[in-house]
Design a protein around this ligand. Sequence first.
Ligand code: NCD
Length: 319
Amino acid sequence: MNPSISQLDASGRLRHLLTLEGLLRERILALLDRAEDLRAQSRGGTRRLDLLAGCTIVNLFFEPSTRTRTSFDLAAQRLGAQVINFDIARSSTVKGETLLDTVHTLEAMHADAFVVRHKESGTPEYIARHLRSGAAVLNAGDGSHAHPTQGLLDVLTLRQHRADFENLRVVICGDIRHSRVARSDVHALGALGMRDIRLCAPPELAPAPGDFPQCGIFHDFDAAIAGADVAIMLRLQKERMQAAAIPSEAEYFQRYGLSAQRLRHAAPDCLVMHPGPINRGVEIASDVADGPQSLILEQVANGVFVRMAALAELLAARN
Ligand code: NCD
């Protein structure tokens, strides 16, 4: 799905971050470089910068989140901005106020950016289309559509370990059909030149036909992981499944879980990634998640700097 409004302004500057689809390699690399630069400037996040002093950023999370919401919050604070974490459960949303009325209400109090997570694909784009001010919208995950900052932090983390993107073999395994992370990862990896991207899922969780034309589609994880340099594991997104689309968790782990024994079929130094939250013993074994090849907590740490870079890119020039 392409957003029907452009995330770029007339002079080609990024004014919203809704998807990585269609973003040029140069722009993605510039965001990764900016994230590294902000990490250095903020001394790993221990020194507060004032790049966004005076800005107000509203976190609008209509779905649960631990990593993404906290890291957007920290990113904004570490750039000197004021952050409002909109509390849906205690808001007038429960009294029946519509999404747009809520957004316009918050806009009337002045907000420079809305960070939006929603179960419906396309909601951040919908909000961006109906804003009355010049506020920016950052997509923090919409349905199964996109999760652009996750895609960016995943390639940033990978780039810190491997430079030879063109030659890397990546397998993304799990609930591909419902995964906005898989979609944004494929866009980011593809933009950086990765050619061998394998998507592995049980048939009932495989991507819709024609989706991901640039990737190899697998149903056999042992075949997909053979010789892989990177394994990105995904959670079963039961909240997006119609009915019991998969067998038991034990059977799922048997066929699609990343165990230490299965990891031996990958390249010897295969990197293991997962966007979190992880379900130990379902898609990944504990000893692999906590093992020496796992980058899971590095991904989390990089999430803050990537979100600082995205906020700075969208707001610093206006500030
Ligand atoms: C993911 C999400 O919400 O899309 N998590 C995240 O943002 N780190 C993946 C998931 O929920 O499984």
